[in-house]
Ligand binder design. Structure first.
Ligand code: PRP
Ligand code: URA
Length: 208
């Protein structure tokens, strides 16, 4: 519980490409998506299942299924949308919401510009997506909004987490498990994760 870091050579291999400043937009986007699928795989390891019957070509049997529609995936715009495809590829029937936040570059405080979520959040498993957990401000604000809207079962998925953001999340939302591909060293004076991968949104969308 708390912070779950994917610990796998395949993940290290993908992160090595993602961190490289010479990796282009296409490959960067593909790897964010692949890592997001792996994060989803880990986060849903103990997902609730129900028993139903199928008939194989040989015989009838009881199988376990997930009620995908109970899930709400909530990417934090913009960069979080880069993770969405990776989750939808294995959970195509999940509901999707969006929270628009950007960090004010001077104060590093998140500014809200959009909010739209599926109804009935109180009864859903809510999975919040953002590739970078830096100061933690964006994740904390997004989760505050979702809790105000009734969400009680929440998980946060990111590619890179900074110790500063993890600490703040644990203080303010101790009930929300964080799944990350890797925990990095620290934040620099501009609030960027070191060594990190730079600005995730700009690299996913090719805006710089
Ligand atoms: C980035 C990132 C997170 C936030 C993390 O978004 O995608 O949302 O910064 O930083 P924090 O933990 O200090 O809040 P950004 O504000 O650059 O917006 P973008 O996704 O539109 O690029
Ligand atoms: N947001 C990013 O995109 N990258 C960082 O390193 C920190 C916040």
């Amino acid at each position: 519980m708390g912070i779950i870091e994917l610990n796998h050579s395949l993940v290290s291999n993908k992160l090595a490409i993602l961190r490289d400043k010479n990796t282009g937009t296409k490959e960067f986007r593909e790897i964010v998506s692949e890592l997001s699928t792996l994060l989803c795989y880990e986060a849903l390891k103990d997902a609730e299942t129900y028993i139903t019957e199928v008939e194989t070509p040989i015989c009838k049997m009881n199988v376990k299924k997930i009620n995908e529609e109970n899930y709400a995936f909530i990417p934090i715009l913009r960069a979080g949308t880069g993770m969405l495809d990776g989750l939808i590829s294995i959970m195509p029937n999940a509901k999707i919401g969006h929270i628009g936040l950007y960090r004010n570059e001077e104060t590093l405080k998140p500014v809200k510009y959009y909010y739209k979520t599926p109804n009935g959040l109180a009864n859903r498993e809510v999975i919040v997506l953002d590739p970078m957990l830096a100061t933690g401000g964006s994740a904390i604000d997004a989760i505050n909004m979702l809790k105000e809207d009734g969400a009680v079962k929440l998980k946060f998925l990111c590619i890179i987490a900074a110790p500063e953001g993890i600490k703040k999340m644990k203080e303010i939302h101790p009930d929300v498990d964080i799944y990350c591909a890797v925990i990095d060293e620290h934040l620099n004076e501009n609030g960027y994760i070191v060594p990190g991968l730079g600005d995730a949104g700009d690299r996913i969308f090719g805006t710089k």
